[in-house]
Design a protein around this ligand. Sequence first.
Ligand SMILES: CC(C)(COP(=O)(O)OP(=O)(O)OC[C@H]1O[C@@H](n2cnc3c(N)ncnc32)[C@H](O)[C@@H]1OP(=O)(O)O)[C@@H](O)C(=O)NCCC(=O)NCCS
Length: 186
Amino acid sequence: MELLRPAPEHLASFTDALQRGWSPDTMRPAAAQETLERVQADPEGFLRLTEDPQGLGPPFALPDGALVPRLPGIVRWMWDAEGFAGSINLRWPRDLGPLPPHVLGHVGYTVVPWKRQRGYATRALALLLPLARAQGLDCVEITTDAANLASQGVITANGGVLVGRFDKPAVYGGAPSLRFRIELGA
Ligand SMILES: CC(C)(COP(=O)(O)OP(=O)(O)OC[C@H]1O[C@@H](n2cnc3c(N)ncnc32)[C@H](O)[C@@H]1OP(=O)(O)O)[C@@H](O)C(=O)NCCC(=O)NCCS
């Protein structure tokens, strides 16, 4: 499995995963159909948003529809011999300072259900961390539901240290959650 920057030639495998029932938003199965429609309506615009290190994209819609300024960010796709296997993204504040409260960590990831427990997410995070360093971050924070043992395994395998417990903001469902930090070194 490798990480690649999404490009037009990868879209067919990506949309295939959406049609097979994978949703990029675990909390919202409807996000699969919405993403499919966005890709079909404007593939170039969709791809442009996956590489936005200046945060030039449009405001970001929270699950309740509220619009917040978009942070700079990049998306990489997990890719294996069969094609699309998952997605991982990195976002960061322009001034590299603390994240706004509605942004739950610098990194988010998801693996298609039929390719889980193969080590893909663990490897994807390992491959992403140098990209975070290259953007000037000296550490990344990652948050996960306290019940999400798989995600905690991904983080701790990459040197994550538990730094806090909190309840997610109501807009994200309010679940008890954990905050980890991974130091990126010099
Ligand atoms: C969390 C997720 C990304 C893990 O992806 P994955 O590729 O299956 O993870 P890995 O194969 O790298 O496994 C990571 C660790 O979790 C463990 N694990 C995997 N699935 C597990 C499960 N269902 N229950 C408990 N542990 C699990 C693995 O054994 C591994 O632990 P180890 O390093 O001690 O062996 C995947 O389950 C997923 O996409 N979930 C939905 C989206 C999500 O929760 N994203 C994270 C939000 S913070």
